[in-house]
Write a protein that binds this ligand. Structure first.
Ligand code: NIG
Ligand code: FE
Length: 412
């Protein structure tokens, strides 16, 4: 019996200019498959009970019995709800002062080393308290939704104390996000050394964090955590059942890519500094390369080697890295534009990279990231005659409506 027959509410999005969805049914998509997209002109999407019941051409739509709510899709294109698989949306305060200093020439790493940067957001996040933090995350989550993100991951990592780390993970979970434990983001000022902080983190925070989080992440970089420290942290996280993720090669090639491959991590993210050896290694591995071009743009860093990674056969996903310091940007459509204009991905490749492949990073590719019967009815309507405006309209206000679980949750 279908959901509709079982009485689930139905929504018909009709008369769409186009419907576009990554081809096939497998995940992740790599190589040539990354750029394969199914496009239907003059299309509809029928949602029932929170799932997609059918998609097709209007001319093939049969008369529907029973109650069906309708949404007029004229002038719009439908794509899958976007999946942001790397954000730091659970933060309080802002870093607009730091932004102004950077505009005048101050360096991002230099500000961090002087006790600002990430540590400035740690102070603001601790001070906000659990309720303040929930409110801030709710606000950020709303921004993401309006930009077309229906599924999001968010990391802790601005608490660096037991209470705030756990409060962050709870807030993310309660907001419907996929929580990632990033206790190894930076070393807080009260710790005497990085190793001492890690000992404490693994003994006193990780066991409870592992009950709340789906994955653990670590910032492998000079001035943050080295490979030996990251191996210890991730090994313990894996023992407690978490998927593994790494921030690596943002500024220097510090061994994070090799460690990600050695440990069979779910993803390795950033890669602005990754050279040919890292590209080749990722091409032969199943570790997803999560690229964050808004962060490279915001910090004036080189773009990650996206084209080379795709050509080498690597699994590539795109995400915002939304955070107050290195990427104050919640828009996956802007990320898609940067991917095409700065990293030479095709619009079709960017679509797969921020839908099905991003869902793969979050272990949700069996129900998120495609407009296919049986998948969750998460749909974004683009205000355009062609779905590729997603990337084409640079920082355009392209999202006209967002449907989540078969319900229009936002309309312009
Ligand atoms: O992914 N590089 C480490 N962490 C974040 C930035 C965090 C911040 O600046 O607040 C990133 O870029
Ligand atoms: Fe990040």
């Amino acid at each position: 019996m279908t959901d509709a027959a079982a009485g689930g509410r139905r929504l018909l999005i009709r008369d769409l200019e186009q419907l576009a969805t990554p081809s096939g049914s497998g995940a992740p998509l790599r190589g040539r498959d990354l750029g394969a997209v199914d496009v239907l002109d003059g299309a509809y999407v029928l949602c029932a009970g929170g799932r997609i019941e059918s998609v097709g051409r209007m001319r093939d739509l049969q008369a529907l019995a029973g109650e069906v709510e309708e949404l007029d899709g004229r002038g719009f294109c439908a794509i899958p709800g976007l999946v942001d698989c790397h954000t730091h949306a659970c933060f309080a305060g802002d870093r607009v002062e730091e932004f102004s200093l950077r505009a005048a020439g101050a360096g991002y790493e230099e500000l961090h080393a002087a006790g600002g940067g990430i540590l400035a957001t740690v102070r603001a996040t601790r001070a906000a308290g659990p309720e303040g933090l929930r409110a801030a995350l709710g606000r950020h989550r709303d921004w993401m939704l309006r930009a077309g993100t229906t599924t999001f991951e968010a990391k802790s990592g601005y608490g660096l104390d037991r209470e705030t780390e756990l409060a962050s993970l709870r807030a993310i979970r309660d907001a419907g996000g996929a929580p990632t434990f990033l206790g190894a983001h930076a070393v807080p000022p009260e710790a005497d050394s990085t190793d001492e902080y890690l000992d404490w983190l693994l003994a006193d925070v990780l066991p409870e964090a592992a009950e709340l989080a789906e994955a653990a992440d670590v910032f492998v970089e000079r001035g943050a955590f080295d490979v030996a420290q990251a191996r210890r942290y991730l090994g313990e996280a894996r023992r407690l059942g978490l998927a593994l993720r790494l921030h690596a090669d943002q500024f220097t090639e510090a061994g994070g890519v090799e460690l990600a491959i050695e440990l069979g991590a779910r993803s390795v993210d950033h890669l602005e500094a990754t050279g040919d050896r890292g590209v080749r290694a990722l091409g032969q591995s199943d570790v997803t390369a999560v690229l964050l071009p808004a962060s490279a743009l915001f910090l004036g860093r080189p773009m990650p080697p996206a084209r080379q990674l795709v050509e080498a056969g690597a699994v590539v996903a795109l995400a915002t890295d939304f955070n107050p310091g290195s990427a104050f940007c919640e828009s996956l459509p802007l990320v898609a534009s940067l991917a095409c204009t700065q990293m030479h991905l095709a619009p079709a490749e960017t679509l797969a990279a921020c839908t099905v492949n991003a869902a793969h990073v979050l272990a949700r590719a069996d129900r998120k990231g495609r407009l296919t019967p049986g998948y969750d009815a998460d749909v974004v309507l683009i205000d355009a005659p062609d779905w590729r405006y997603l990337a084409y309209h640079l920082a355009g206000d392209v999202v006209a409506a967002v449907i989540e679980d078969g319900e229009a949750v936002w309309r312009r």
